[in-house]
Write a protein that binds this ligand. Structure first.
Ligand code: C5P
Length: 230
């Protein structure tokens, strides 16, 4: 199983389709997020799905009935993985899992854009407490895995054990810039810390030759030797 997930963050459907064609052969999944889905909806998923399994990253967070309806609709597009916010609560996570039984429902614990000060302002405990709490809540509700930052992956892995699928964004191949990601790791570091899937966007999509960048990254990941779970 190829651990590389390439994030196709663009509002241009033609560009998304070209990128998917170029990087799809080197990727385990292609990620369609809010920008592409907001601009083109299911057509963005279809364009990506022509080249690799799709990870639909819309981070659902609403009442359980609404999230169940959305998860079922997204599952109907044939995606392999989708995301919900663990902070929506156990009933909401369970509703998504029931509504999309053939899709891996991943739970986002605490957004990596929130530091402890920002969490305090919304009345939440520090990330060191909140991340493991929400991880446990989501898994008990049936989530098929978790999304976590490179800096959290080792702690989350030791808290949840070896069998939980962990998807890690903010990955930067050695020698590339961090863009606006504050807490980054190289692919080898993230895999060593316990990641199963690595989300990489701009280091691949903004490269002069995205296909070559994805091939190089896939080769680097293959060489690291830790197989990802499906
Ligand atoms: O371009 P870059 O590699 O930074 O893209 C990372 C992708 O992962 C983006 O699509 C971003 O929305 C997503 N993501 C993230 N941090 C999270 C969750 C998702 O960067 N905690």
């Amino acid at each position: 199983m190829n651990p590389l997930i390439v994030a196709l963050d663009t509002a241009d459907l033609g560009r998304l389709s070209d990128l998917a064609g170029a990087v799809g052969p080197s990727a385990g999944h292609l990620k369609v997020g809010l920008q592409a889905f907001g601009a083109h909806g299911p057509a963005a998923v279809e364009a990506a799905a022509a080249h690799a399994p799709v990870f639909c990253d819309l981070k659902l967070h609403d009442i359980p009935t609404t999230v169940a309806g959305a998860a079922a609709a997204i599952a109907g597009l044939g995606v392999g993985m989708l995301t919900v916010h663990a902070s929506g609560g156990p009933d909401m996570v369970a509703a998504a899992v029931r509504a999309a039984p053939r899709v891996r429902v991943l739970a986002v614990t605490v957004l990596t854009s929130l530091d402890d000060r920002a969490l305090a302002r919304v009345g939440q405990p520090a990330a060191g407490l909140q991340v493991p709490r929400l991880a446990r809540l989501a898994l008990d509700a049936g989530a098929g895995g978790l999304v976590c930052a490179p800096t959290d992956v080792a702690a989350v892995r030791s808290a949840v054990g070896p069998d939980v699928v962990l998807v890690v964004p903010g990955v930067r191949p050695a020698g590339t810039g961090a863009d606006d990601q504050a807490r980054v790791a190289t692919p080898a570091e993230a895999l060593r810390a316990g990641a199963d899937h690595l989300v990489v966007g701009r280091p691949v999509t903004a490269a002069a030759d995205p296909g070559a960048a994805a091939r190089a990254l896939a080769a680097e990941l293959g060489a690291s030797g830790r197989p990802a779970r499906a």
